[in-house]
Write a protein that binds this ligand. Structure first.
Ligand code: GLN
Length: 533
């Protein structure tokens, strides 16, 4: 589901906007991200949105996404044909390109030969869309149908073996099409296609972290006036950046509540306190609830039960703190991201009145939500965080589960077992950082590929026999897990160098009394999950 386009988002009133019409593409979000990488704001809307609604948004360009249907199938989704006469430049990608051809006098056919994956493309005439691009290049394709005749008046720019019109354009009419997928990283020159299209639209390149912050600050001020605002901090990047934006806008009206459940990793609570504590105008209330959580976890070994208890206790502690420290707050900050908005299909409402249980708050506390990240992708959130001066340790933090270390201590959670795990975990992260494998401590311009997505230690309930200093030991094994991933949906175990693993294992056994064995988890997801519980 794409966002409801009827109400302009806060951003689209400030930034030139390219609307991505979603026809069920696998990659609609990636298209919008690529446009934004070119510093033009982009939003995803349902493909069949009436032209009047689309044009009311005053888009500088429209992109028709790919889609699973065949354009000549009975129920194939189509754009409102009026968009072709609106004078707004249009780029079609795959199914989108086929829609353009079909609507404007070209022809789409099932040639009987599909093209999937890496495909050789020959640029016969670069035109404006492929200007400056190599004559032979690799592109990524995924289609059954192909444009066999381009729209009337359009020039064919490129072909593949089975797509005679793999790219076309009609700059006078303002239509552009590619049969391949320029949005995926497997199309090396894909971003240039977006650059060229955006140049053709004349879009202003103003979508930068700096201007995003300016717009968000103005919006927050307009929304909350002089009202008091409450924000729960988890230590994760989303809540931290949301809080930092609100602090930038109305710092003196903001109270942040950080519940330390005692299940955090080494130094994490300190990092939150340093980022939001004494140095800022924001009030930070830290609730040390470690003892309460341990109490609730005593004797509990079932993973689901652990998660449930931690969730419930968390809400209780947050409620109490909210009542005690921000009883008069009318606004609650939430770190909702754009992908959540797209997936829930509620793009329009800038604020949602919450009558019950938002963020687990009690029914008699009514808040209006402040969601400053509502139009941002995760990578944009990180850049905004950096621009706001948040520490890299927070901005580039690995994903961390809500129940924290409790789901990495298998079996019963106790202070002693948490301490063992925390010590081993600290060494693991330390050594991965020394090996340059953790994004948070790598240079600001480091690429995205070589980092571990998540790394941690797991403490199982079994014991193992060892020998240290000629003496038999009967201690705890610890299991190390490190994965690479792009989105956590799938993950691969990280191919960490044996020498690095050896150093980690050596240090853990030497420095953490009680641990006498180290194992490395080589399961991918699927079939494994990233976390153990
Ligand atoms: N369904 C269309 C085809 O198979 C378009 C595919 C796509 O957009 N990826 O050709």
């Amino acid at each position: 589901m794409a966002a409801d386009p009827r109400e302009p988002s806060l951003e689209s009133r400030t930034f030139d906007t390219v609307l991505v019409l979603d026809f069920g593409a696998q990659y609609a979000q990636v298209i919008a991200r690529r446009v934004r990488e070119c510093h033009v704001y982009s939003e995803i809307v349902p493909g069949e949105t009436p032209a009047a609604e689309l044009l009311a948004r005053r888009p500088v360009g429209i992109i028709l996404s790919g889609g699973p249907k065949s354009v000549y199938a009975g129920h194939a989704p189509r754009p409102d044909p009026a968009i072709f006469d609106a004078g707004v430049p249009i780029l079609g990608i795959c199914y989108g390109q086929q829609l353009i051809a079909q609507a404007l006098g070209g022809e789409v056919a099932n040639t009987g030969i599909a093209e999937f994956g890496r495909t050789a493309l020959d640029v016969t005439e670069p035109g404006a869309l492929l200007a400056g691009q190599p004559v032979s290049q690799t592109v990524w394709m995924s289609h059954n149908d192909a444009v066999v005749r381009p729209p009337e008046g359009a020039r064919v720019l490129a072909a593949t073996r089975h797509s005679p019109a793999a790219a076309f354009e009609d700059p006078v009419r303002g239509v552009y099409g590619v049969q391949y997928h320029p949005e995926v990283s497997h199309t090396p020159r894909g971003l240039d296609v977006f650059e060229a299209f955006l140049t053709a639209t004349g879009a202003r390149r103003t979508w930068t972290s700096h201007s995003v912050i300016e717009a968000a600050v103005a919006d927050i001020r307009a929304q909350v006036g002089d009202g008091a605002v409450l924000c729960g901090l988890s230590g994760g990047v989303d809540s931290a950046v949301a809080a930092a934006l609100v602090a930038e806008a109305v710092g003196e009206q903001l109270t942040c509540v950080f519940v330390d459940h005692g299940l955090l990793r080494h130094d994490e609570a300190t990092q939150v306190e340093e980022a939001f504590g004494a140095s800022s105008s924001t009030r930070l209330v830290t609730v040390d609830a470690a003892a309460r959580f341990l109490d609730r976890l005593a004797g509990v070994t079932d993973p689901e039960e652990k998660r449930k208890r931690i969730g419930t206790e968390f809400i209780r502690v947050f409620e109490e703190a909210a009542r005690a420290h921000a009883g008069d707050a009318a606004f609650l900050v939430q770190g909702t991201l754009y992908p959540d908005v797209i997936e829930s299909g509620h793009g329009s409402a800038a604020t949602i009145k919450s009558h019950h249980n938002v963020g687990g708050l009690p029914e008699d506390m009514e808040f209006e939500l402040v969601e400053p990240l509502r139009w941002l992708f995760k990578d944009e959130v990180r850049r905004v965080g950096e621009e706001l001066g948040l520490p890299r340790e927070i901005v580039w933090r690995q994903p961390f589960p809500g129940p924290g270390l409790a789901v990495r201590v298998i079996g019963e959670v106790s202070a002693e077992r948490l301490a063992l795990l925390r010590a081993a975990d600290r060494i693991l992260l330390d050594e991965l950082r020394r090996a340059g494998l953790d994004r948070a401590t790598a240079g600001p311009d480091a690429g995205d590929t070589d980092f571990v997505w998540q790394s941690f230690a797991v403490l199982p309930t079994i014991r193992s026999v060892g020998v240290q200093g000629d003496e038999r030991t009967y201690g705890h094994p610890v299991i190390l897990r490190a994965v690479t991933s792009e989105d956590a949906m799938t993950a691969d175990f990280a191919r960490i160098d044996y020498d690095v693993l050896e150093r980690i294992a050596g240090r853990i056994i030497n420095e953490v009394p009680g641990i006498n064995r180290v194992a490395y988890d080589v399961t991918s997801k699927p079939p494994g999950t990233i976390e153990w519980e």
